[in-house]
Design a protein. Structure first.
Length: 403
């Protein structure tokens, strides 16, 4: 089977996903097109150089509706003969775009792809597209549906994680992200966002709160306690599914959960022959990909079984992985991953994560693959694994290996 190589990975900075955020004036299609232009320029791509653009996006409604990928191609400077495919695997959409592109290349369906994703959470509100899993009684009753925050708190309760542990992890994420920016560790991948006059709108992740201390987070109210215990009482729904739990320990809040932000990311994937034809040197190969379905109530435990699956399928052990990127959707997700595999915190999210820099839903999977690759190169290490939990109970993972 043909190998799939990563030739480039880039992203925009992440802007606060609200009206006063720096990227609020930029539409999803415009931000996507600017990033596609960056990939084109950075790699000297001309004509029908890639087979397709596969673009992840979660809230596919309004200006993010239709086939956003094709719209982005047409708005960009890419050749109009390049089509576009929009996909949605919730929080793993950006990763699934990369994995799908890699497997297309491996299967011989084209020499190269641009894959990634976008989410403008300040312009198109999360959940505004509606979702049967949350609103159709027939499905919500069958799956014992609870909101993701409740799911994160169930993980904390089931596996014994405390508020203090979650807050400490969040503070460390902030510290690591600030250190990474101070040392320019993201410089290779960041594409500053400029306006039509070429004036820089944003050149850094603006959601970060460097200097945050555990004492600061201790003052915050648990975000999901009321909806769990009072109205509409989701804790009771959870305990119908998990009757061994006497209660749900509500430990998550804005400080130890992922931030709502705007952003986009892209990865250029191709064959060895593609690189030779364009004078490009491969940075890594995509060794393995995996996805899995999990319990839809606890919902966010996917990184554990999907990591077990990808290691099993590729004949690898957890000890073969040098670095991990585990999306920080909520603190308990990362705590559970480290607990399950007995992985040192020194190998996980070493440059901080979504609790510090935010989680632009459709882009995050591609972002963490790029971050992982940059850090493997910086440390001169070989192999990394990126994984995310996914709404409604799924998991996705990618293993990359430097070449």
């Amino acid at each position: 089977m043909t190998e799939a190589y990563i030739y480039d990975a880039c992203r925009t900075p992440r802007g606060k996903g609200r009206p006063d955020g720096s990227l609020h004036e930029v539409t999803s299609v415009a931000l996507s097109a600017r990033l596609l232009n960056a990939v084109k320029a950075r790699n000297g791509l001309e004509g029908h150089a890639v087979e397709d653009v596969i673009w992840g996006n979660v809230t596919q409604v309004g200006e993010q509706g239709g086939c956003l990928a094709r719209s982005a191609v047409l708005l960009s400077d890419l050749d109009e003969r390049i089509p576009g495919l929009s996909i949605n695997r919730f929080c793993a959409s950006g990763m699934e775009a990369v994995n799908l592109a890699a497997n297309q290349v491996k299967g011989g369906a084209g020499q190269a792809y641009i894959a990634g994703g976008v989410e403008m959470m300040g312009r198109v509100a999360m959940g505004s597209d509606g979702a049967a899993i949350a609103v159709d009684p027939a499905l919500t009753f069958k799956t014992y549906f609870v909101p993701q925050g409740i799911s994160a708190d169930i993980i904390a309760t089931e596996y014994g994680f405390t508020r203090e542990q979650a807050d400490a992890l969040a503070v460390e994420s902030q510290r690591r992200a600030a250190e990474a920016w101070a040392e320019n560790r993201f410089a290779k991948s960041i594409v500053p966002v400029v306006d039509q006059n070429g004036v820089v709108i944003l050149d850094h992740d603006e959601y970060m709160r460097p200097g945050t201390q555990v004492e600061d987070l201790a003052k915050l109210k648990a975000s999901f306690k009321d909806m769990g215990e009072v109205m509409p009482g989701f804790d009771k729904v959870a305990m119908l599914k998990y009757p061994h739990l006497s209660h749900v320990n509500h430990i998550h809040h804005a400080g130890n959960s992922s931030g709502i932000v705007d952003g986009a990311a892209a990865v250029l994937i191709g064959t060895k022959e593609f690189g030779e034809a364009h004078g490009l040197k491969p940075r890594a190969r995509i060794r393995a990909t995996a996805k899995i379905g999990t319990d839809p109530t606890i919902m966010l435990t996917g990184p554990v079984p999907v990591t077990e699956k990808i290691l099993r399928d590729s004949g690898m052990a957890i000890s073969d992985i040098d670095l991990f990127e585990v999306n920080e959707a909520f603190a308990s997700v990362v705590l559970r991953f480290m607990q399950a595999f007995d992985v040192s915190p020194d190998k996980v999210n070493v440059n901080g994560g979504a609790m510090a820099m935010g989680h632009p839903l459709g882009a995050t999977g591609a972002i963490i693959i790029g971050t992982l690759l940059d850090e493997l190169e910086r440390r001169d290490l070989s192999t990394g694994l990126a994984t995310l939990c996914i709404a409604s109970g799924m998991g996705a993972a990618t293993i990359i290996e430097r070449v």
